[in-house]
Design a protein around this ligand. Sequence first.
Ligand SMILES: Cc1ncc(COP(=O)(O)O)c(C=O)c1O
Length: 370
Amino acid sequence: MGVSFDKIDGATWLKFEIQPATNPTSEKERAARLVDPGFGRIFTDHMAVVRYNQAKGWHGARVESRANFPLDPAAAVLHYAQEIFEGLKAYKREDGGVNLFRPDANARRFWNSAERMATAPLPEPAFIEAVEQLVRIDRAWIPGGEGSLYLRPFMIASEVFLGVKPSAEYIFAVIASPVGSYFKGGPAPVSIWVSENYTRAAIGGTGAVKCGGNYAASLRAQAEAIDHGCDQVVFLDAVERRYIEELGGMNVFFVFDDGSLLTPPLGTILPGITRDSIIALAKDSGTRVREEAYTIDQWRADAKSGKLKEAFACGTAAVISPIGKVCSASGDFLISGGAAGPVAMGLRKQLVDIQYGRAADPHNWIRKVL
Ligand SMILES: Cc1ncc(COP(=O)(O)O)c(C=O)c1O
């Protein structure tokens, strides 16, 4: 198959060849797997794949049976980790249709990740088309209720070459995983461990993009959090080691006694789409939101004095998780008595209602796929 871009209404679209799985999962088996899908362990029948090389550019766009990639042991990704990814969800509406939440924002972030990691950038319409085609063909896998279909677009460097340079070949693919409600019985407050031994990102580094290496580098710190009985790790800045940055896979917000919100500024953190949406919703309702640096010492002092009312983490997977307890080598402290606070819970409901199509969508965030 040759280069398969089409111009429609002035926009560039990839034309996907659709090859439905010849031996898809039976309805009975699918229903059994959807009873308690957990997170990221079960997968749908198909994947979308597009390949890149320098001669053809992006080509060979297909939706096909989910299968292993044949990968040469010298493929660049296996040695130098030239890889980027995204995470977004499809939500089933009450009328049976399906919503994507801000896929254009994921496509743009993927483009930025590609630029930083020197991979071939994928045009936004091609990213969105790949995601939509996969959601359409695997729609029967989208759980009802508070479940959703987690979509994982990613790109790997597939050139067979051991020299250290940007790969000349890439595979872009999207896979899908049905997920249950992140928290059964409502969001439980999480405890977090302040990483004083390890940092996540430095100025000029890769903290603001979604590349696998960032997560590999976070695992030791996350393991330390678990060893200390905590759910998640929170990282401090790499220069002064005192400003709060973000959790291993979520951004963070603070709620003060005057009702205002504060979140660490962009730069070395991932520009979360949930973070951006929360800022917009809070501003819509007249809440003051500051994107400002905040130190761990100030956090502890504000929690003790009562100036800080709540803290919460946010991201696509869990939407909003209240933070109940902060632990560190220099002692622990509780936030809002360790319970979930009303601001976090209110913002969570507002956002989830938009995602599932139960509330108005004033910012045009929803893209109806079906
Ligand atoms: C390091 C990190 N920060 C923040 C987020 C939240 O981003 P988003 O709201 O786009 O899911 C994620 C999750 O993708 C993440 O991995």
